[in-house]
Design a protein. Structure first.
Length: 318
């Protein structure tokens, strides 16, 4: 409880009297000096207003159409790019684990580069696994983590765009850490929910920040015939992280992993998203639980968070 016993009420009355004579602009200046965030009234507009804006030229694409991965050849080329980005062009003699391997292209590529053992792990079984695994003594796929443990430990572990799409990231990280060799490293690409393509809704409609702007019902409206994009008829699961760098660092520290390096891939937020009052208001609503009072009040726009496309980490045992 606040102790009012030492309050100078004459000074309080004088302050209130001065405040009552101020116009709106002067009041805003007063609060800015005190650094007290003001709750901003957010105008989220109607569904029709937002849908009309959605088809405008001002609303940027989420992903360059030329970069969309569609064919098996596209996936193999992407696998080569990912391996080179995180591991260079030499994998001779290493033990390697790709967590969330999907069709298995990355594990297959590393096995072809003379790895001692290349392992792909995913919770679902892909048809490609049978084909790639044929007569390959240094290549193994499984959806059973006990089998992954039996093959370990691993010198190099890769998690590419996985951590943001599992419901239990801490538990997954604990599992991965348990099979990392003492001097091994984990390479992780994080794909924050707040990025322009973080919700993967570009597979429905290639427009930036849809997941931060549209309601679930509005997403269904643009998803013709309700043909969901994956995961057994459901939208791809995404952890709704509004402060990605702090959150990821907390996860890693909690389970005893050290950040050896990190690299943030950034993008410029087009002015349409913070200048249009309806779009800006809808985006700001996602930060109402932020510990930053200026974000939670809607006073400022989350430029920094929306400008993060990816964060790449290299981790090791503490």
């Amino acid at each position: 409880m606040i102790d009012f016993s030492n309050v100078n009420w004459n000074e309080v009355r004088e302050l209130l009297k001065q405040l009552s004579s101020l116009n709106n602009e002067e009041i805003i200046k007063f609060f800015s000096v005190l650094n007290i965030p003001k709750n901003v009234e957010l105008n989220i507009g109607s569904t029709k207003e937002v849908m009309d804006l959605l088809d405008s030229q001002e609303w940027d694409e989420a992903v360059n159409p030329n970069l969309l991965v569609q064919s098996e050849e596209d996936k193999r080329i992407r696998a080569e790019d990912i391996v080179f980005l995180f591991m260079g062009d030499k994998q001779d003699g290493i033990t390697f684990l790709n967590v969330g391997c999907e069709e298995g292209h990355i594990a297959d590529l590393v096995a072809n580069r003379n790895a001692k053992l290349s392992v792909g792990y995913d919770i679902k079984i892909e048809n490609e696994w049978q084909k790639n695994n044929f007569n390959r003594p240094n290549l193994f796929y499984s959806n059973e983590f006990s089998e992954i443990q039996a093959k370990g430990p691993y010198d190099k572990i890769l998690m590419y765009d996985i951590l943001d799409h599992v419901e239990n990231p801490i538990e997954i990280l604990k599992q991965v850490k348990s099979v990392l060799s003492p001097n091994g490293e984990i390479n992780i690409r994080c794909h924050p929910w707040c990025s322009r393509h973080g919700g993967h809704l570009y597979k429905i409609k290639n427009k930036a920040y849809l997941h931060l702007i549209l309601t679930d019902e509005e997403i269904k409206m643009i998803n013709e015939g309700l043909l969901m994009i994956s995961n057994g008829g459901k939208l791809i699961y995404v952890n709704k992280i509004i402060h990605p760098r702090n959150t990821y660092a907390r996860w890693f520290n909690e389970i005893g992993l050290k950040i050896d390096s990190d690299y943030m891939v950034e993008d410029t937020v087009p002015s349409f998203f913070y200048k249009n009052p309806i779009i800006s208001s809808r985006i700001k609503k996602n930060w109402q639980t932020s510990p930053n009072p200026h974000l939670s009040s809607g006073e400022i726009f989350p430029h920094f968070q929306l400008g993060i496309s990816f964060i790449d980490y290299k981790l090791s045992h503490k």
